[in-house]
Design a protein around this ligand. Structure first.
Ligand SMILES: Nc1nc2c(ncn2[C@@H]2O[C@H](COP(=O)(O)OP(=O)(O)OP(=O)(O)O)[C@@H](O)[C@H]2O)c(=O)[nH]1
Ligand SMILES: [Mg+2]
Length: 453
C-alpha cells in the first residue's frame, strides 16, 4: 500500500452501503470546513461554526441543483475522533445521495479515505493507542455480547494500562542495570544481582498471566468450535437441530445419513459457538462416506471442544473413544449419552445425559460446554485480556528476551548484555500499544478496517 499523505483532507461514507434512514459522511483534515462550505448552504458558514454544533442546510451541486437537505456536525481539532478538524454530514439514507456528495467534495482538495484512515489518524494524533485502535474493529465486528464486552475492555484501555505498567517497570529495571550495576566490582555485585533477578522474574510472571488469558480471550473474540461426533445414528444431527431450533440437518433412522460437515453458529449465553455436525464414524467401503468420515476427523482436530455423542441403545464405542483421544487432547472431550427418553435409568457412564428429542439435559450440556471452555476463567471488566494474536506474539517475544536477560544475569555478563535484552523486551511491549512502531505494522493493522472507520 502506498502511504498517502497524512495532511490531506479525507472523506468517506461511515455508514453501511444500502438503504437506511440516514447515511453519514465523514470528512477530516485541515480543509474540512473549506470543502463543506463550497457545497453546503445553511444559515452560517461551517468555517464560522463552533465545535460540537449541528447545522441544518442544503447540499447544492455545481449547477445549483439540490442534492439533499442535511445536518452537518462540526468538530474542531483537537476535540474530534481523529484529533483534526472534521465534520459529519447526515443525509437521507441513499447511496446515490452520498455518492453525489462525495463526488462534489472530491473536487475541492479532498480525497477518499483509505480503510481505517480515520482511526489511524486518531492513533497518530494520540487519541488512542494502537491496541485501542485495534479494538475499534473488534467492537464493530463483535457478533456476541461476550465478544463485544471483550472488545470494549480493550478499547477502554485495560490491556494498554497493563502493558504500560510492565513497560515502566522494565524501563526502571534497565536504568538500574545501566546506572547502578557494575559487575566488575565483586563486592557490590551480589545485592544488585539478586534484586535485578527478582525484578525481571516479576515481570515475566506478569507476562505469563497475560499470556494465560489468550485462549479465553480468543474464544471470547472468535467463538468456540464444537464438533459433534460419534458412530452413526446416535443423534448428532438431531442435537444440532434441537440447539438451532430448526430442521437444519437431515435426520433419519438410517445410519450414515450425514455425509458432509454441517457448520452453524449459535449464541449460547452470549458466547458464540460454531457447531460442526459430522458424518457418523464407522468403517465403510462407500466412497462418499469415506470422504465424510475423513472430514469428521478433520473437524475433531480443529475443534476446541468435542461432543462425543452416544446412544443409550448402542454400546459406547471404545474404539472411537480411543481414536478421539489420539486426534485431540482428552480434556477437550465431553461424553454425551443421548436418547435417555428411551431408558429410565441409563447404565452407561457419561458426562452429560440428554435427549435431543425432548430437550432433556440440554441446559446441563450448555453448562458443561461453558465450564469446558472457560475452565474457571471468568470475564472481568477490570482485568486485561489478550485476544489478538499480534499482542500475544509480542508478549511471547518480550518473555524470550527477558529469559535471555536472566541467563545473562546468572552468567554475570556485563551490564550491556543484560540491558540489550531488556531494551528488546521493552520494544516488544511498546509495539503492542504503538509506542514503538513501523509503517508496515500500521498498514497491516489499518488495512483490515473498513473504509469510513
Ligand atoms: N427417542 C429418541 N430418538 C432420537 C433421539 N435423537 C435422535 N433420535 C433418532 O435417532 C435417529 C438418528 O438420528 P440422527 O440425528 O440422524 O443421528 P446421527 O447421529 O446424525 O446419524 P448419522 O448422520 O447417520 O451419523 C433418528 O431416527 C432420530 O429421530 C433422542 O434423543 N431420542
Ligand atoms: Mg447426522
Amino acid at each position: 500500500m502506498i502511504l498517502q499523505n497524512q495532511n490531506d483532507t479525507i472523506v468517506a461514507v461511515a455508514t453501511p452501503a444500502g438503504v437506511g434512514a440516514i447515511s453519514v459522511i465523514r470528512i477530516s483534515g485541515n480543509k474540512s470546513f473549506e470543502a463543506i462550505d463550497v457545497v453546503f448552504s445553511g444559515k452560517i458558514k461551517i468555517a464560522e461554526a463552533k465545535s460540537h454544533t449541528i447545522h441544518y442546510g442544503k447540499i447544492i451541486d455545481e449547477n445549483k441543483n439540490l442534492i439533499d437537505d442535511v445536518l452537518v456536525s462540526v468538530f474542531r481539532k483537537p476535540h474530534s475522533y481523529t484529533g483534526e478538524d472534521s465534520v459529519e454530514i447526515s443525509t437521507h439514507g441513499n447511496q446515490f445521495i452520498t455518492k453525489k456528495i462525495i463526488e462534489l467534495l472530491l473536487q475541492h482538495d479532498v480525497r477518499i479515505a483509505e480503510p481505517g484512515e480515520f482511526t489511524k489518524r486518531a492513533f497518530l494524533n494520540g487519541k488512542l493507542d494502537l491496541a485501542q485502535a485495534e479494538a475499534v474493529v473488534e467492537v464493530v465486528n463483535a457478533r456476541t455480547e461476550a465478544s463485544l464486552r471483550g472488545a470494549r475492555n480493550q478499547l477502554d484501555g485495560m490491556l494498554s494500562k497493563k502493558i504500560h505498567e510492565l513497560r515502566t517497570q522494565l524501563i526502571d529495571t534497565s536504568s538500574l542495570v545501566e546506572l547502578e550495576l557494575d559487575f566488575a566490582e565483586e563486592d557490590v555485585e551480589f545485592i544488585a544481582y539478586d534484586k535485578l533477578l527478582l525484578m525481571v522474574e516479576n515481570i515475566i510472571s506478569e507476562i505469563d498471566k497475560l499470556l494465560g488469558t489468550y485462549s479465553f480471550g480468543k474464544i471470547i473474540r472468535d467463538g468456540v468450535n464444537v464438533a459433534l461426533v460419534g458412530i452413526p445414528n446416535v443423534g448428532k444431527s438431531s442435537l444440532l437441530n434441537y440447539i438451532l431450533k430448526e430442521a437444519r440437518a437431515i435426520v433419519s433412522e438410517i445410519p450414515g445419513t450425514t455425509r458432509d460437515v454441517i457448520r452453524e453458529e449459535v449464541s449460547i449465553n452470549g458466547v458464540l459457538f460454531r457447531l460442526f455436525d459430522t458424518a457418523g464414524i464407522r468403517p465403510t467401503k462407500n466412497e462418499i462416506e469415506i470422504e465424510g468420515v475423513l472430514r469428521s476427523r478433520e473437524a475433531v482436530k480443529n475443534a476446541d471442544v468435542v461432543l462425543f455423542i452416544n446412544d443409550v441403545q448402542q454400546k459406547i464405542s471404545k474404539e472411537l473413544q480411543e481414536e478421539l483421544l489420539q486426534l485431540t487432547s482428552g480434556d477437550k472431550v465431553i461424553t454425551v449419552l443421548n436418547k435417555v427418553d428411551l431408558e429410565n435409568l441409563p447404565e452407561k457412564e457419561a458426562d452429560v445425559y440428554i435427549s435431543a428429542l425432548t430437550g432433556y439435559g440440554i441446559n446441563n450440556l450448555f453448562s458443561k460446554l461453558h465450564e469446558k471452555v472457560f475452565s474457571g476463567n471468568s470475564y472481568s471488566e477490570h482485568s486485561a485480556i489478550v485476544s489478538n494474536s499480534r499482542h500475544f506474539e509480542n508478549l511471547k517475544k518480550a518473555k524470550i528476551y527477558l529469559q535471555n536477560s536472566i541467563d545473562a544475569i546468572k552468567q554475570k555478563l556485563s551490564g550491556e548484555f543484560i540491558s540489550v535484552d531488556l531494551r528488546n523486551a521493552e520494544n516488544s511491549l511498546g509495539e503492542i500499544i504503538g509506542e514503538v512502531t513501523s509503517d508496515d505494522i500500521l498498514n497491516n493493522i489499518f488495512s483490515r478496517f473498513c473504509i469510513g472507520k
